[in-house]
Write a protein that binds this ligand. Sequence first.
Ligand code: NAD
Ligand code: G6P
Ligand code: MN
Length: 446
Amino acid sequence: MSDPTEKTGGIAVIVGGGSTWTPGILKSLCEHREEFPLSELRMFDIDAERQKIVGEFARILFAEEYPDLKFSYSTDKARAYDNCDFVFCQIRTGGFAMRQTDEQIPLAHGVVGQETCGPGGFAYGLRSIPDMIEVVRDARRYGNDPWILNYSNPAAIVALALQREFPNDRKIINMCDQPVNLLASYAKLLGLSRHDLRPQYIGLNHFGWFTRLTDATGRDRLPELRSKILAEGFLPADAAERDPSWLVTYGTVEQILRDFPDYLPNTYLQYYLYPEQIVERSDPLHTRTEEVQNGREKRVFRECLRVAACGTAQGSPLNRSEIHADMIVEVAASIVRNLHREFIMIVPNNGVVANFSQDAMIECLAVVNANGVEPYAFGEIDSFMKGLMESQFAYEKLTVDAYYEKSYTKALQALTLNRTVVDAGKARALLNDLWDVNRDYWPELR
Ligand code: NAD
Ligand code: G6P
Ligand code: MN
């Protein structure tokens, strides 16, 4: 039993309840109910049908594993956010239909088609900004000054826009699970748990590097990991549950290490370092969207429906923890219980990297406590990182500027600066084609 004098998480809301990532969070909440006790959990989504599938799974899981938790799901934001203390957010503005255009339109121009990188990430960013601002406003309007923990992508753009809209607001926290996924995968390769390795990490979201990985004895295991990956290749820790393209992506780490052996790269760097190779191996008509919808989404929804029909979650493949889910719940617990746990988080630079734009939202090692996220100073980055990061940050900033100023020129500058595009003529053609399908979501660029 938890100590009744200890703080609790109170009421939490999962925004984007119909996401395929929600079941993992529900399970993680069950597993962490001692250190992150909740009185109530609500789900909120704008799509009643999707949310019902996950919501009915939740009822059964909680009845079996968290019976004292009050639970409901709703499409009514006033009810969902009412007096809440925590918001876990994972929305996708425009859904998978728009994700498909983010991937297919760039590929039709011979450019990387990805939901968070390149022109796809740009288009998705302009769609996500207004919805994320609305989530924060609604949560504040109806809730009890809640902590807002956000996974919604493209996290780099969302974080920068929220920093501009709500400057230095410590209760808005943007995060990404890819560094911890990688950490778990390194640990597995070394026969360790992810908790046995203390990382040093620096970059922008989906654009960074591990620069050290020390074990309990203080030894840096990065050189050993590099040799192992070069000799044996690299797979995600949860390879058995991954759709095939993720295995190819992890495999690319070996290639990146051959070219750039100093640090262990975030897998998303593949899109910026080898854009031509990525385009070559992509099929413009069958992109990741299709793979997710026929893979992860089908598996998760089918299993939710099966559990609801048979009335028990025991033995279900969804009844197990996921790193993605554990991270967000562990961050919340660390806030509520002032645990000073370390995570790789997205924060304002503000001196963390001495020789880099101070107004960037960077990703680095941080401690999480009752005050929120407190990053450790990193020092200086080298010329290669700096060159890449400054141009990527300029792209991010110009994307957010384009949104606020409704500026076509800034949008064009942003896309031209992106390493996946480079050519201004191509950038213009892309911008025009993306605008055609994003009219309902973007501000009108002039
Ligand atoms: P999804 O489309 O399957 O689920 C998103 C859900 O959000 C849908 O049910 C949708 O109806 C709902 N939604 C959309 N707009 C909403 C709004 N304004 N308010 C409330 N609900 C809304 O997408 P997914 O694949 O589950 O991913 C969800 C988000 O989480 C995406 O942005 C994805 O990129 C992100 N994600 C981020 C990380 C990370 O590392 N930061 C990890 C996993 C997923
Ligand atoms: C990683 C990234 C996320 C991304 C997720 C799913 O965890 O950090 O930002 O949303 O993968 O990507 P996918 O392409 O499988 O939908
Ligand atoms: Mn991410």
